[in-house]
Write a protein that binds this ligand. Structure first.
Ligand code: ATP
Length: 338
């Protein structure tokens, strides 16, 4: 996945002050979120995961998503070849791997945005292969999308309303009944404002989404996904392009979702983030899953070290430096400008 977002601060709301401190409101929100007691589901999920053997394809005690023999080829190149993966309900699972490992391809297949040559997968026991992205979302498995140029030209609130499910305006016969869509819009607006408030974005509702800082965009992407009340949220590089001082705040929000009982699967390059919040880590290399397990043991796994060393000779998996070089360069340039 590409990290094509810039980290630019709106006055008074951006990534922090000259000393590099995050705005108090954002930090407070994250800290409060992180201190919320975990739901029974989240605590159980973590406890159960701690008991199982960290081997590729291992069965999970309470799998919400199960994928088998998912293969996607582009011409002669196999981008994804996943034999068996189970994702534990109520836990945070990170999907990592070097560039070109097949993470995005696998993500796209699971969420109905691409079609594999073969494979089966089910969510909450219901088969999802062959289902469109919209049907997958309706089933409760929702992914975030990076803010596109078109969405940047809409306001924050409009972005939220676009994500609202069952918009009657989209149904021809209901679109003739103004009271129906007005009632729907009022309810959707109320819900959108509640979610925006949770992410400290309520005062940004009338602003163009394009005016948000990198961190706020990521929060908006998460907020949009919550409009459909998902059971499982799939995050597309939630930390990409975000000033490191705001990463902590975003991590708090992701943990809060898990602690409320949601299942989280996220693709991420930022190893600090992965180690900090993941309950379980799945590693892909050359289309295949090469390791899975708790973060600490996975980072020491020789197959993982080899996979990363093959792609980044200068990567230190024990260090926090596994930020996309492009992002790092951009952040450094911004630091210099200040
Ligand atoms: N539409 C496509 N057509 C041809 N090749 C593709 C296509 N999409 C992905 N690939 C190739 O499939 C392989 C896996 O790509 P993918 O984007 O899934 O990797 P990734 O692990 O998400 O990488 P990154 O971390 O860099 O985003 C790469 O070699 C990529 O070039």
């Amino acid at each position: 996945m590409s990290a094509d977002e810039t980290t630019h601060a709106a006055p008074g709301t951006g990534p922090g002050d000259e000393a590099g401190r995050a705005p108090a409101s954002v930090v407070d929100a994250a800290a409060a979120a992180a201190q919320e007691p975990s739901s029974a589901t989240a605590v159980e999920a973590r406890g159960e995961l701690a008991e199982i053997e960290p081997v590729v394809g291992v069965s999970k005690p309470d799998a919400i998503l199960v994928a088998d023999d998912v293969v996607r080829r582009f011409g002669g190149m196999t981008a994804c070849d996943v034999d068996h993966l189970e994702v534990q309900r109520g836990a945070i699972t990170a999907l990592i791997g070097p560039n070109g490992a097949g993470k995005t391809t696998f993500f796209n297949l699971l969420t109905g945005f691409d079609t594999p040559q073969s494979g089966t997968w089910s969510f909450e026991g219901r088969s999802l292969q062959g289902k469109s992205g919209a049907r997958v979302a309706k089933a409760g498995m929702v992914r975030t999308f990076q803010l596109t140029k078109a969405l940047s030209r809409l306001t924050v609130l409009q972005n939220m309303l676009l994500a609202a499910p069952d918009n009657p305006g989209e149904r021809f016969w209901l679109s003739w009944l103004p009271f129906t869509w007005r009632a729907h819009e009022m309810a959707a607006t109320e819900k959108a404002m509640e979610i925006l408030a949770r992410f400290k974005l309520a005062d940004k509702a009338p602003d163009y989404a394009g005016s948000l800082s990198g961190g706020q965009r990521k929060l908006l992407e998460m907020a949009r996904a919550l409009m459909t009340d998902p059971t499982m949220i799939m995050l597309d590089e939630p930390m990409a392009g975000v000033n490191p001082v705001l990463v902590q705040s975003l991590l708090g929000h992701v943990q809060a979702l898990r602690d409320e009982g949601m299942t989280v699967l996220f693709v991420e390059h930022d190893m600090h983030a992965v180690r900090h919040i993941s309950d379980w880590v799945v590693v892909m290399a050359e289309g295949r899953i090469v390791a899975e397990g708790p973060p600490a043991s996975v980072m020491r796994d020789q197959a993982v070290v080899d996979a990363y060393l093959g792609a980044h000779h200068d990567t230190d998996l024990g260090d926090d430096s596994l930020l996309d070089p492009e992002i790092l360069a951009r952040l450094e340039a911004e630091e210099e400008k200040r």
